[in-house]
Design a protein around this ligand. Structure first.
Ligand code: B12
Ligand code: SF4
Ligand code: SF4
Length: 307
């Protein structure tokens, strides 16, 4: 079997419904990233403004890499009627994708023997423009809300990469197919999605509930509704998302213990928080922010009842 067939076969066996390859080279949209930063859209995510030029070429983070293997893992896009985004309602995707990519790397290492195999795994863990690499590896196109949209699976996807010292045949690019649709743009309550496709994180509920430190700006609180962690609105709106659970990894299966209500979050102590959220994406953000979000959600609910 050829190396690319081995990778495709093994990726599917590891539960990645989409995989593709791109040759390592300069990033094509680094200027877009710099433009996004210069407009202040990264707001309190200081780590994005550090070592900015590293994102301009993967060779700076993985010097021996010749190709990048990009995989996508599916999570559910179906509205669940809870205030936690679907993407955090299972195990932390960083750990889940990383451990499966390690297995893919082991398979590859054995397949290329006796040649040396060098690789770097990335799941939002290195200064890499992951969406650009997903487009270049033929996994889909950038939708109007800024997400990678796969024609078969939609946009409720996590991305992960393996930078490898192997020459792999680059995948065919996929043509953008949003057409006149603008459901995601219309679904965004805060106007965070700009006409040129940038997301102004200062107005994005995902940023505000997960990354933002300190109080939520008062003018944006009403738009959060009852959101406690993340926001699915622009993802869930996309007609390319597939119904049903096909291809969703068991770790991301939302049929786990019920998510707490805003009142239950407010009543949590550190111990309760650790018990409920250790190993999930919520854990990274901490109890203090969750309680802050819960207070906003409760106030919003009270306000909407009194109207
Ligand atoms: C910072 C960040 C955020 C910020 C800012 C988001 C943003 N749109 O910029 C906040 C906190 C708001 C956020 C929110 C979410 N995020 Co986020 N986030 C990131 C992170 C760490 C960096 C993104 C970044 O650099 N943004 C700056 C902008 C300018 O870059 P960009 O969005 O990557 O856009 C590039 C492409 O669009 C490219 N491009 C545009 N057109 C074209 C055309 C071609 C041909 C090519 C080649 C490239 C290209 O140009 C841009 C610059 O390179 C990445 C992980 C990573 N290291 O890449 C995850 C990541 C983008 N996030 C992800 C997810 C899942 C989300 C949420 C859905 C989570 C949620 N449910 O709450 C939301 C979606 C919000 C949205 N509409 O984007 C996934 C995306 C999966 C996907 N299907 O695209 C990533 C890749 C993490 C992962 N490993 O899975 N996120
Ligand atoms: S995640 Fe929510 S707030 Fe952010 S761009 Fe999408 S719809 Fe708007
Ligand atoms: S909702 Fe429509 S415009 Fe937005 S990404 Fe999906 S197809 Fe494109």
């Amino acid at each position: 079997m050829s190396l690319d067939s081995i990778i495709c076969h093994e990726s599917a066996a590891l539960g990645f419904p989409a995989v593709g390859f791109a040759a390592v080279g300069p990033c094509q949209t680094f200027d877009r990233f710099e433009n996004w930063l210069s407009r202040g859209y990264a707001v309190g995510m200081d780590y994005l403004a550090r070592n900015v030029e590293w994102r301009s070429h993967p060779g700076l983070v993985a010097p021996e890499a010749k190709s990048v293997i990009v995989v996508a893992a599916r999570y559910t896009a179906e509205p669940a009627g809870v205030s936690f985004s679907n993407y955090c309602r299972g195990r932390d995707y960083h750990a889940v994708l990383r451990s499966r990519l390690k297995r893919l790397a082991q398979t590859l290492s054995a397949a290329v023997l006796p040649a040396p195999f060098v690789c770097r795994i990335c799941v939002d863990s290195a200064p890499v423009l992951e969406r650009e690499w997903a487009v270049r590896a033929g996994l889909g196109w950038i939708g109007k809300q800024g997400s990678l949209v796969n024609p078969e699976w939609g946009c409720a996807l996590f991305l992960g990469e393996l930078f490898v010292n192997l020459e792999l045949p680059p995948s065919m690019p996929v043509q953008s197919n949003c057409g006149n649709c603008r459901r995601c743009v219309d679904a965004c309550p805060t106007g965070a999605i700009q006409p040129d496709g940038f997301v102004d994180a200062r107005r994005c509920i995902t940023y505000l509930t997960i990354e933002h430190k300190g109080a939520i700006p008062e003018d944006l609180r009403p738009f959060m509704g009852t959101s406690l962690f993340g926001c699915d609105r622009c993802t869930a709106a996309c007609p390319y998302n597939r119904a049903g659970g096909e291809g969703i990894l068991p770790e991301f299966n939302p049929a786990g213990p019920p998510m707490p209500t805003a009142e239950q979050c407010l009543a949590m102590d550190d111990n309760d928080f650790q018990q409920r959220f250790r190993g999930t994406a919520v854990y990274r953000s901490g109890l203090e922010r969750l309680k802050r979000n819960a207070a906003v959600a409760i106030a919003n609910r009270a306000l909407s009842r009194s109207r």
